[in-house]
Design a protein around this ligand. Structure first.
Ligand code: ADP
Ligand code: MG
Length: 243
């Protein structure tokens, strides 16, 4: 079976700063992989390389059978297959919720208005905010905004969803609603690569947990092993600090 994501010997530097120092891993279709690790270890840079928001310095990124790092690839077409949800929700403030979820469908996928609206409403229902369709982002709680951001990504029918600390900017009482939506997506078989500090979520939902430190993968294994019985001292000391 082909991998959904394959990363081979990925390096990324910013000037003299080496941030990713040879990353190798794969995600299979339908798998949920959580990436954990200290601040500054390169987790966001890794995700940003997976959809080419950052250009890797060297190495290969293959998503859904398409090598994004190949110089002849149609980057825009390849990127459309990957949905991304950020810590800051990045909704368009001057558009309603419904417009936020329709705009890229219309402009990028060239879907007609009726189809885009139907798909938007379906996805807003899935994340539990369909009743807010005519509100503006500023009228929503952080948790509702983040669920709209998830609906917006899902409306593009991605093969893969990337989440970069999707609950880190939320008030504690709103975290659960977003994690519930992510759990549901995982159960439905969505392929997901999730950077998170939510260890309970990682332990319960992830098929694999990858621990990064200093731009390398220190440990990669089943969630119960990496979180429950880590093998490396660096993983143990990180977990002691966050658990
Ligand atoms: P994490 O998400 O694990 O906290 P990041 O991937 O955001 O780590 O950052 C890793 C390192 O790369 C940090 O030292 C950060 O300052 C640096 N970095 C990230 N993006 C850039 C950039 N665009 N230019 C320069 N340095 C960057
Ligand atoms: Mg980060």
């Amino acid at each position: 079976m082909a991998h959904a994501v394959e990363i081979r010997n990925l390096h990324k530097s910013f000037g003299a700063l080496q941030v990713l120092k040879g990353i190798d891993f794969t995600v299979d279709p339908g798998q949920v992989v959580c990436v954990i690790g200290p601040s500054g270890s390169g987790k966001s840079t890794l995700l940003r390389c997976v959809n080419l928001l950052e250009e890797p310095t060297s190495g290969q990124v293959v998503v859904d059978g398409v090598e994004l790092t190949h110089r002849d690839v149609d980057i825009d077409a390849a990127r459309r297959r990957v949905g991304m949800v950020f810590q800051q929700f990045n909704l368009f403030p001057h558009m309603t919720v419904l417009e936020n979820v329709m705009v890229a469908q219309r402009r990028v996928l060239k879907r007609g208005r009726a189809e885009a609206e139907r798909i938007a409403v379906e996805n807003l229902e899935k994340v539990g905010v369909a009743d807010k369709r005519d509100s503006y982002p500023a009228q929503l709680s952080g948790g509702q905004q983040q669920r709209v951001a998830i609906a917006r990504a899902l409306a593009m029918s991605p093969a893969l969803m990337l989440f970069d600390e999707p609950t880190s900017a939320l008030d504690p009482e709103l975290v659960g609603d977003v994690l519930t939506v992510m759990r549901k997506l995982a159960e439905e078989g969505m392929t997901m690569l999730v950077v998170t500090h939510e260890m309970a979520f990682a332990r319960d939902v992830a098929d694999r947990v990858v621990f990064m430190d200093g731009g390398v993968i220190v440990e990669d294994g089943p969630a119960e092993q990496v979180i429950g019985a880590p093998r490396h001292e660096r993983t143990k000391s990180f977990l002691r600090r966050v658990l």
